[in-house]
Design a protein around this ligand. Sequence first.
Ligand SMILES: C[C@@](CO)(OP(=O)(O)O)[C@H](O)COP(=O)(O)OP(=O)(O)OC[C@H]1O[C@@H](n2ccc(N)nc2=O)[C@H](O)[C@@H]1O
Ligand SMILES: Nc1ncnc2c1ncn2[C@@H]1O[C@H](COP(=O)(O)OP(=O)(O)O)[C@@H](O)[C@H]1O
Length: 286
Amino acid sequence: MAVNTLTLPAPAKLNLFLHIVGRRADGYHNLQTVFQFLDYGDTLKFHPNDDGDFNLADKSSHIPNQDNLVWKALIKLQDAYHSKGVTQLPGCTIELIKKLPQGAGLGGGSSDAATTLVGLNQLWGGHLTHTELQAIGTKLGADVPVFIHGKACFAEGIGDIFTDISPPTPWYLIVKPEVSISTAALFSHPELQRDSAPVTADNWLNKTTSNAFEPVVCDLYPEVAMLRRALLEYAPTRLTGSGACLFSTFETRQAAKEAQQHVPKGLSSFIAQGQNRSPLIQTLTQ
Ligand SMILES: C[C@@](CO)(OP(=O)(O)O)[C@H](O)COP(=O)(O)OP(=O)(O)OC[C@H]1O[C@@H](n2ccc(N)nc2=O)[C@H](O)[C@@H]1O
Ligand SMILES: Nc1ncnc2c1ncn2[C@@H]1O[C@H](COP(=O)(O)OP(=O)(O)O)[C@@H](O)[C@H]1O
């Protein structure tokens, strides 16, 4: 008999800073960044069935199912279970409810993939450890492992070697400029600074940090530069990941709400609080 629906969050992340410290032989870049999660994101509902079929019910993303990172995560996890000799996997329909904008630097697709791996692993009897799930996640995208890790961290390598930290957890106003940015194109941009001086998990808060993509993005997209200048009137403001979202940092939710009144009409924005344990991990350990 099919078990009950499992509902899990797929939260957003912010990169509180992001430096590039070198280029690797495989074309990827070594980063230094701090990941923090938000109490805001997508939701996945896993509806188990008795007929052994798998479906993705996604009314909100407009991404063809076979391209969706949820579906790709499902296929990769099935392969991993098969190679462990577990072939009888209970079927389910995965319902994806998207709130996060795409191509935003909030890691929405990566978080959906991570929640899929964690959720299905739980429904299939937990044959894989979180370390094994992270290794599968890396094959789907550099940002997937941190969502499985689920703790705020100083990250190195391609963003997959973690030192846990507890940065302050302020309120953020996140605003999405109406531009679409390719992460791969930005990483290969000739003007990108790729030689930032290394910082450490202990000293980054006392150093001058930045987001290496910000000057390039502001140069390519004047509307992002303009929005950044406007938001800087109210609070410290920075790009997250490769953009396009900007986040402004406030001590209180009220202050974030007041600044939100000034977001240019037509741009989407939301307010969320920084989380040092991701909402996914909080739900799993409840
Ligand atoms: C920049 C960051 C910062 O957290 O986030 P987003 O802006 O995507 O949210 C990540 O490094 C993005 O991670 P993710 O979006 O999963 O990237 P992937 O799909 O793995 O890679 C897309 C492309 O970016 C380049 N890439 C990615 C990561 C990295 N450390 N070096 C790279 O050079 C590669 O050209 C790769 O083909
Ligand atoms: N479930 C998904 N949610 C969002 N994007 C997805 C998903 N599956 C595949 N994608 C693709 O991944 C790309 C990056 O998405 P996303 O993770 O939201 O952006 P970012 O990494 O910039 O935060 C999108 O442009 C989209 O084509």
